[in-house]
Write a protein that binds this ligand. Structure first.
Ligand SMILES: O=C(O)CCC(=O)C(=O)O
Length: 331
C-alpha cells in the first residue's frame, strides 16, 4: 500500500532511540561500474553505501578544517587533537551551515580525485548542490529524528545525497541508520501532528534498520523516500560528518541566486553560476517556500512581502517553474 502522508492524531511519534539497527549496510563499491545494477540496488533498498569512497587526501583536508573550527571557533576540543575528543565544553551557538564552514564541502566534492566516483554514483558528470549541513556532534547530544528528506524538500528526486564521515564513526560515535526497503510506500510523516510532522509509530518495519561502523571517507546515499535517523554518540569524541548533494552538471536544477525582481506569481533571479544567468520562474501555492528559515514553510499569499530584491536564495526549478525556494547555506 502506498502512503502519501498519514493523518493519525492518536498515534505516538516514532522515537529514533527505539529504532535498533540490526542489519549492516552492504558495500556497493563493486556495482560502481554497472550503473543499471547500482540503480537496481538503490531502487530495491533505498540506499547506497560506499566504503572508502572519497580520496584520503581530500577527506584528511576536510577533517583538519572541521577539527580546527571545533577547536578555534567552538572550543569544544583541544587545539591539535587529531581525533576530536570532546573537552566537556558545551557546543554553543552552533549552526549546521555557519559561515565558518564555508568552502569545506565544495573543496571536498569538487576535488578532482572525487569526480570519477561521484559521476559513477550519479550516472553522469556531477556538480554540487549548494546545500550542505556540517555536523559536529558532541557525545550524548540530541539525535536527528526519523525522517524522509523528500517530505521536506520537494524537487530533490534527481539528486544523490552524499553523507560523509570525516572521522571514523564506529557504532559508539554514531552515524546514520536507514530503514532498508521502506522507501516504496510513500511518506510516513503524520500530518495530524504539529510541524515538523513527525513520523508515526507502527508503520516502519522495526527489523529493517541498518547501519555500520563508518570509516572516514565512507559515503552513504539515502533515497529521498527512505526513513533514516541519527544514532546516539555514546563515545568521548565528536561525530564529525557532513551532508551535501550532487546533481547533473549538464542540467543543474538547484542553484544559488540573488533575487532581482518579484511579482505575486513570479520571481526573477540572477544565478551565481554565470552559465545559468538571469532566469524568471513562475511561483504558485505549490512552490515550497522556506526563504526566511530553512525549517519553516512560508505562506504563499505573502510571497512579495518576504521575498525581496537582493536576497540570496537557493532555487530548485523544474523548467520555468520554481519548485522550491529556500535560504541558502554556505557550501
Ligand atoms: O547526520 C545526521 O544526523 C542527519 C543527516 C540527515 O538526516 C540527512 O542528511 O538527511
Amino acid at each position: 500500500m502506498k502512503i502519501s502522508a498519514v493523518n493519525l492524531p492518536d498515534v505516538r511519534d516514532l522515537d529514533a532511540r527505539d529504532c535498533i539497527p540490526s542489519k549492516e549496510f552492504q558495500d556497493c563499491t563493486a556495482l560502481l561500474d554497472d550503473h543499471d545494477a547500482l540503480n537496481a540496488f538503490y531502487d530495491e533498498n533505498g540506499y547506497l553505501f560506499f566504503r572508502n569512497a572519497l580520496s584520503p587526501e581530500s577527506v584528511a583536508r576536510a577533517r583538519a578544517e572541521m577539527l580546527a573550527i571545533a577547536a578555534d571557533h567552538y572550543g569544544v576540543i583541544d587545539k591539535g587533537d587529531p581525533i576530536g575528543r570532546w573537552n566537556g565544553k558545551p557546543l554553543e551557538n552552533f549552526s549546521e551551515d555557519g559561515d565558518e564552514f564555508a568552502g569545506i564541502s565544495r573543496r571536498l566534492i569538487e576535488d578532482p580525485s572525487n569526480q570519477e566516483f561521484l559521476a559513477k554514483v550519479l550516472g553522469e558528470p556531477a556538480a554540487m548542490v549548494p546545500l550542505v549541513q556540517y555536523r559536529l556532534y558532541p557525545p550524548n547530544g540530541p539525535i536527528t529524528p526519523v525522517h524522509q528528506d523528500g517530505f521536506y524538500s520537494p524537487g530533490i528526486e534527481g539528486y544523490r545525497p552524499v553523507w560523509t564521515a570525516l572521522v571514523d564513526c564506529p557504532r559508539e560515535v554514531g552515524g546514520l541508520m536507514v530503514a532498508v526497503g521502506q522507501h516504496k510506500r510513500g511518506y510516513y510523516h503524520n500530518l495530524a501532528k504539529p510541524r515538523q510532522f513527525p513520523v508515526a509509530e507502527g508503520l516502519i518495519d522495526p527489523d529493517s534498520w541498518a547501519t555500520t561502523d563508518y570509516k572516514a571517507g565512507d559515503v552513504l546515499v539515502v533515497h529521498h523516500c527512505s526513513p533514516h535517523a541519527g544514532t546516539p554518540n555514546t563515545s568521548d569524541r565528536l561525530r564529525i560528518t557532513l551532508d551535501t548533494r550532487v546533481q547533473s552538471a549538464r542540467n543543474p536544477k538547484a542553484f544559488g541566486a540573488v533575487v532581482k525582481a518579484v511579482t505575486p506569481t513570479s520571481l526573477t533571479v540572477v544565478a551565481e553560476d554565470q552559465k545559468i544567468g538571469e532566469v524568471t520562474l513562475s511561483v504558485d501555492e505549490n512552490t515550497y517556500i522556506r526563504v526566511l528559515d530553512s525549517g519553516r514553510r512560508e505562506d504563499f499569499s505573502r510571497f512579495i512581502e518576504y521575498t525581496v530584491p537582493g536576497m540570496r536564495i537557493l532555487v530548485v526549478r523544474d523548467g520555468n517553474y520554481a519548485q522550491m525556494l529556500r535560504c541558502p547555506t554556505a557550501p
